[in-house]
Design a protein around this ligand. Sequence first.
Ligand code: MLT
Length: 304
Amino acid sequence: MKNRKIYCLNPISEIGLKKFRGGYSITDKIEDAHGVLVRSADMLAMDFPKSLRAIARAGAGVNNIPLEKCSEMGIVVFNTPGANANGVKELVIAGLLLASRNISGGIEWVRKNSGGENIAKDAEKAKKAFAGREILGKKLGVIGLGAIGVMVANTAISLGMEVYGYDPYISVGSAWNLKRDVHHSENVDELYEKCDYITVHVPATPSTRGMIDAEALAKMKKGVKILNFARDTLVSENDLAAALESGHVSVYVTDFPTAKSVKMKNAVVLPHLGASTAESEDNCAVMAACELQEYLDNGNIKHS
Ligand code: MLT
């Protein structure tokens, strides 16, 4: 009878843990684990036990896992692409509206002024200061057309935006799922030159590090609004801060609070909330647990 141990570096949904059938137990130490479940909150340490055969990341990004070390040791790494894509997509759409309608400024204003007796009248006067723009008919550039990028592009089409997508490595599945109305840009410069909004949905790799830098920003339209719900490393923060300061970029919305981003002019910064929904957490936990078990039991690999 097998006795396989699973270590969870971060808590995952109960519904995922319940997927482990007989012969599995959850251990509270990595030393004797056969499988590890991890989310994005912490970096996974490098000293893996000899018993470890696979790491499942309940989420998409694997930048908190030492991949080279894993391949040296023959440890398979899975992620759960698509399992939290709808959760992230919904926050990105909220980000488009946050970038357009001065929602955070308006909420802040009401909070500060709510003590006054004439709040309703005063708020009328504040309307002009918080006036925004509509997204209908505006151009959105989506860089990276994986599960999330495709969903964002398709939803933006439904909201009446003109959408430009760019992804030199688009998969057949993504191309199939993408609405036909999305213009597929051959090069990223087309998207930089044309779009009013740009949203990035690529993984954090050495080649995407700092891709939104001074050179890329200079190619973008004056007043462009940038959204980053993918990874903080994609953006060169010094260059972006300068572009926000000069007004070349009018708004930056992100769910990566860093020491720099929280101080940038016209930045709307949230905690990393993209996949923080009950539905996404359950989907990721179930998919990660099932795939881990499938590998440990039968050696089958789906997403690595
Ligand atoms: C992901 O990589 O799946 C998302 O950033 C959400 C997360 O795991 O925090």
